[in-house]
Design a protein around this ligand. Structure first.
Ligand code: UDP
Length: 238
């Protein structure tokens, strides 16, 4: 059973359980997808029904950060722990490397996915990178075909939210991949283009503040954070 946080149902799993489930999905028939919503995406889902359907339709819905964990606790239905998408991806790649499974990287600006591929090959020996494509394409068809041709087991879809969730819902089955993961700006981090917050900041639930200092233009998006907490409080009163 999922835990509802303002209309988005989260799987109540530890990181270890999430990764085990991810590996299971890779070996299951058919196409599956994982989403990792943060408070900003929960707020988007409140206003955008198509996004909400795509997010809740995922096979695994993981709380990306401390905001959702706090929200769930305030609502009296705590979640076990935060399971950031980028860390989930790291554990999954370790497991994939061990089994010689293949990965396709989709998203980010031209050149970034290739650079990420180079770094990930070095970091996870045994991991097969089946292909890459930037995230600024006009038509889905050729990209879907390229993934299908690559024979990738897994696709990291990094187009930002809610674009990536809608993309996976619509195109997942046609790619032939068994698992697609929506991972926002992760390719920028894997490529070394963007730095992830040092451990101190994320341990103290301040990853958002670190990102804001690095990229002040995110302020508009980040205003969704306090709004999320206001909505959680309103929900609690009901
Ligand atoms: N992006 C993309 N295609 C688009 C819009 C965005 O590939 O049409 C990429 C963008 O270059 C970035 C990622 O999607 O690499 C979104 O990053 P953001 O920091 O917004 O995601 P978050 O991690 O905050 O969800």
């Amino acid at each position: 059973m999922r835990i509802d946080v303002l209309g988005v149902g989260f799987d109540n799993v530890t990181m270890e359980e999430a990764v085990a489930r991810g590996v299971e999905l890779i070996h299951q028939e058919g196409s599956h997808y994982v989403v990792t919503p943060n408070p900003e995406i929960v707020e988007v889902c409140r206003e955008n029904l198509a996004a909400k359907i795509a997010v809740n339709g995922a096979d695994l819905v993981l709380p990306d950060g401390i905001g959702v964990i706090k929200g769930a606790a305030m609502l009296g239905t705590p979640l076990k722990e935060k399971t950031p998408g980028i860390e989930f991806a790291g554990h999954l790649m370790e497991r994939m490397a061990g089994e010689g499974l293949s990965l396709y990287l989709l998203g980010a600006k031209p050149g970034v996915a290739e650079k990420a591929a180079e770094n990930l090959r070095a970091q996870y020996p045994g991991l097969v990178i089946a292909g890459t494509h930037d995230g600024y394409f006009k038509e889905d068809g050729p990209v879907v075909e390229d993934i299908r041709q690559s024979g990738a087991d897994v696709v990291f879809v990094c187009l930002g939210a809610p674009k990536q969730e809608l993309w996976m819902e619509k195109n997942g089955p046609a790619t032939g991949a068994h698992l697609l993961c929506g991972l926002g700006g992760s390719l920028d981090v894997f490529a070394g283009v963007v730095e992830r917050a040092p451990k101190f900041w994320s341990d103290h639930g301040l990853e958002w503040l670190y990102r804001l200092c690095k990229e002040p233009k995110r302020i508009g998006r980040m205003m969704k954070l306090p709004l999320f907490l206001v909505h959680v409080k309103q929900e609690k009163r009901k």
